[in-house]
Design a protein around this ligand. Structure first.
Ligand code: ADP
Length: 358
């Protein structure tokens, strides 16, 4: 069965907006949507130019959401600009002009933010296998899944749907394959997934940082959401991260997004430690021949032109996908495989970069 979030997305995608065939999701009309029991609280941003279709759009949202099993009430609030939709953000949310500084995760020697310019490039797969490779090389490692929009760490570590327990006043991280981790995926039921926005994401990130009984260690690997949004700012304000690692695929379009991510980390004074090229080339499992499906080498060239280190390239491989999707990542499932060795080499390189940066 489809998750509640998928059903909501599908319904909202059916509601047209703008002249170019867009819908209310692609046109960023839906500012936030939160479920409280059977009630959906939704905030819509409809600018002055679109007042003519305001009522019709609201009616479609109400009708569409109510057609979903489990939603019986819809509270729709319409504002005319994004700024009006975020009044609390000025007080509680991330504000790059006057950041509310905190310094969580000090019990870790290194805090590494794994980032990508866009979704689906294999950021979580890389983050988890890199964490496992660091662990295999003797480091004490934790993972914080800060990808609140699409938390995949519980799935990839085989601990889907498992609720978190308390340890005194704090939440106890789960432990899998010797790694302590926490994820929004374990904090809310999958079928009650929320579409997080601004101030809410800041709060949930703060909770993960402040209210978790993190054991400390050599490395905290943080799986960020794709892009350059609120969570990145929250992390910049509430931790002193050692640096960011940018995951991208070799195609130009992903690289352009990666460039934006690098620029954003520059603005919030987080060093970019290096780039990792994922889906670098396809190695045929039958004949061993290498095919550069996405034009191998893009990230290496890009890292040189951006003056950041190139940490390594990961091939596209069926076993990597199966490992991630089945909850047993390749570095753990098959540590002697060529791909696991690639991750071990990248972990060693990252460790070297980090120690040289000190
Ligand atoms: P992101 O975190 O960037 O959204 P994921 O790590 O969730 O991306 O990966 C997206 C999909 O691609 C997953 O199904 C994952 O198993 C698969 N995948 C990621 N990297 C590889 C790879 N190197 N080879 C094969 N499949 C991969």
């Amino acid at each position: 069965m489809e998750s509640m979030e998928q059903q909501i997305r599908e319904v909202l995608e059916q509601i047209p907006f703008s002249d170019n065939g867009g819908n209310i999701l692609t046109s960023e009309v839906v500012h936030s949507l939160e479920l409280s029991g059977e009630t959906a609280n939704v905030v819509l941003v409809i600018g002055d130019d679109y007042q003519g279709i305001k009522e019709e759009t609201v009616a479609k949202v109400e009708q569409g959401l109510k057609s979903i099993d489990g939603i019986s009430e819809v509270n729709a609030k319409v504002v005319s600009s994004k700024a009006d939709a975020e009044p609390q953000q000025q007080q509680a949310g991330p504000n790059p002009e006057s950041p509310e500084q905190a310094n969580y995760l000090q019990e870790y020697e290194n805090v590494i933010l794994v980032a990508s310019g866009k979704g689906g490039v294999g950021k979580s797969t890389v983050a988890i296998n890199l964490a496992l490779a660091l662990k295999a090389s003797g480091k004490k490692v934790s993972i914080m899944d800060a990808d609140v929009y699409g938390p995949s760490v519980p799935i990839m570590l085989g601990r889907r749907n498992e609720p978190l327990q308390m340890e005194g006043q704090q939440v106890k991280p789960l432990n899998q394959y010797g790694i302590d981790f926490i994820s929004v995926g374990n904090m809310v039921k999958e079928d009650q997934a929320l579409i997080w926005r601004g101030p809410m994401t800041h709060q949930v990130i703060q909770q993960m940082l402040r209210d978790t009984a993190w054991p400390g260690g050599d490395y905290m690997i943080v799986d960020l959401p794709p892009g350059t949004g609120d969570v990145q700012l929250s992390m910049a304000q509430m931790t002193e991260a050692t640096g960011a690692v940018i995951v991208c695929t070799p195609q130009d379009v992903a690289l352009l997004d990666a460039r934006k991510a690098i620029a954003m980390f520059g603005k919030v004074n987080i060093p970019v430690l290096g780039m990792i090229e994922n889906m670098s080339a396809f190695v045929c499992p039958k004949c061993g021949e290498e095919t550069p499906i996405f034009a191998k080498g893009g990230a290496e060239r890009e890292s040189a032109s951006q003056d950041v280190a190139y940490i390594g390239g990961v091939p596209i491989e069926m076993d990597i996908r199966l490992g991630s999707d089945n909850g047993d990542p390749i570095v753990n499932a098959n540590p002697n495989s060529a791909s696991a060795k690639v991750f071990m080499e990248m972990a060693a390189k990252l460790d070297q970069i980090v120690s040289e940066a000190k």
